[in-house]
Design a protein around this ligand. Structure first.
Ligand SMILES: [Zn+2]
Length: 133
């Protein structure tokens, strides 16, 4: 089972990306010059902030029991393989509840494989709120 988020993987990827960019731009930029170093630092900062923002946007909300945090969710398979309409990955928290994210909505899946509204984001960057729509 894969756990979410894959923070070490993403951090490793970011480090690799930075090393790669430094190698590529190192031959173009003269890294002895202070302004080039400042530009490189700003670029790395931008990458780190972008990675954190991406992670924040993609984190699932707390589960229905108000127990599980984002790291407690696992992907248990694709919806269609589990008899649920859709192609999205199905998440399961440590309480055993199943969830599915579709666009800005986070659904819980009941024992009869019906999607039930749970949380919603009004914008891609906003926090999860109870879905009463
Ligand atoms: Zn839970």
């Amino acid at each position: 089972m894969k756990s979410i988020p894959k923070a070490p993987l993403i951090a490793g990827g970011a480090v690799l990306a930075v090393v790669f960019m430094v190698k590529v731009f190192g031959s173009v930029l003269d890294l002895e010059r202070p302004d080039a170093i400042v530009a490189a630092i700003l670029f790395v900062l931008f990458l780190v902030i972008a990675a954190c923002g991406w992670l924040f946007i993609n984190l699932p909300p707390t589960c229905e029991s108000r127990v599980c945090r984002p790291k407690d969710y696992s992907i248990i398979g694709r919806a269609q393989d589990l008899g649920i309409p859709g192609y999205e990955p199905v998440l399961q928290c440590r309480c055993g509840h199943r969830y599915l994210r579709r666009a800005n909505r986070f659904f819980s899946i009941n024992s009869r494989n019906y999607l039930q509204k749970y949380m919603v984001k009004s914008n891609w960057y906003s926090r999860w709120k109870p879905d009463h729509s």
